[in-house]
Design a protein. Structure first.
Length: 281
């Protein structure tokens, strides 16, 4: 009913605002977003910049902002981007010690995913063109290849070149999908639900019309190969990535008939619960 939907929306806003209010506690002015509040670190433990955590936080924030507009995270985003840029430069400089050469392509891909493909490191070895060379691109995991495709498709100045790169990456990923009755998954990465979700997002944003995409969506919606199993832990991060992927898929298919049960918990405490259907969404 309208009253139930209004109550659910209000609760969702409360949960969201609570989470946003606590983010500054986890953010160090130079190291960026940390895995626990800054004040929790004992004197014997020095916090450090987690490059991939910054990249994920920036990606997730940008996707949420697409739906709800800026949520007061501008200053945090600026801090996370600065920390990510500094950490990438540190990795680059460390690689040059003792006459070495840079080869941390996975880190560079994560940096571009977080900072945006338009970012300029002002170092030739870190230019996007170097990362996109086949010898480097093919070393990346499926999740990072898919995220690069997403970055191309969401580029603020998207053009035919961006679309061609996304198409090239996704064409290769499409050949790696394997069918299992009603579902499909990335060959060799069946248990990496995040990777499958990122690929689903990318293929949905590219409006790829292929029966395998629907099967991949079924796979992500079911929670991977061990749905309901207590032996397959899914983090809140995984659920967030899967939710975005399924949203991208529904948007691409212009789905008007949701059938989704949502429950948000903090430990054993239920913060939010709602059944979304065509009549209640």
């Amino acid at each position: 009913t309208a009253a139930q939907n209004s109550a659910t929306s209000s609760k969702a806003q409360t949960v969201s605002q609570k989470a946003l209010s606590e983010l500054p506690l986890y953010t160090h002015q130079t190291l960026g977003l940390l895995s626990m509040p800054v004040s929790w670190y004992p004197s014997s433990m020095s916090p450090f910049t987690d490059l991939r955590l910054q990249a994920f936080a920036l990606y997730l924030t940008s996707r949420v902002d697409e739906l709800n507009g800026r949520q007061g995270t501008a200053n945090l985003v600026s801090t996370w981007k600065s920390a990510l840029n500094l950490e990438m430069m540190r990795i680059y400089q460390d690689s040059l010690r003792y006459g070495g050469t840079f080869s941390s392509w996975s880190s560079l891909a994560a940096a571009y995913i977080g900072l945006g493909l338009e970012h300029n490191f002002n170092v030739p070895a870190l230019h996007l063109a170097r990362l996109l060379e086949s010898s480097q691109l093919n070393t990346l995991q499926s999740s990072q290849q898919a995220q690069l495709a997403i970055a191309f498709l969401r580029h603020p100045n998207r053009n035919s070149t961006h679309e061609e790169w996304a198409s090239q990456i996704l064409s290769a990923l499409l050949t790696r999908l394997r069918v299992a009755t009603r579902t499909a998954y990335i060959d060799g990465e069946a248990f990496d639900l995040e990777a499958n979700a990122y690929v689903l997002s990318a293929m949905s944003l590219a409006y790829i019309n292929n029966p395998l995409v629907e099967k991949l969506a079924n796979y992500v919606a079911l929670g991977g190969p061990s749905a309901g199993s207590n032996f397959y832990y899914k983090s809140s991060r995984t659920y967030a990535i899967c939710s975005i992927a399924l949203s991208d898929y529904d948007s691409a298919r212009q789905s008007q008939n949701p059938d989704l049960a949502l429950e948000v918990k903090n430990g054993v405490n239920a913060l939010l619960a709602h059944q979304f259907t065509a009549n209640t969404a």
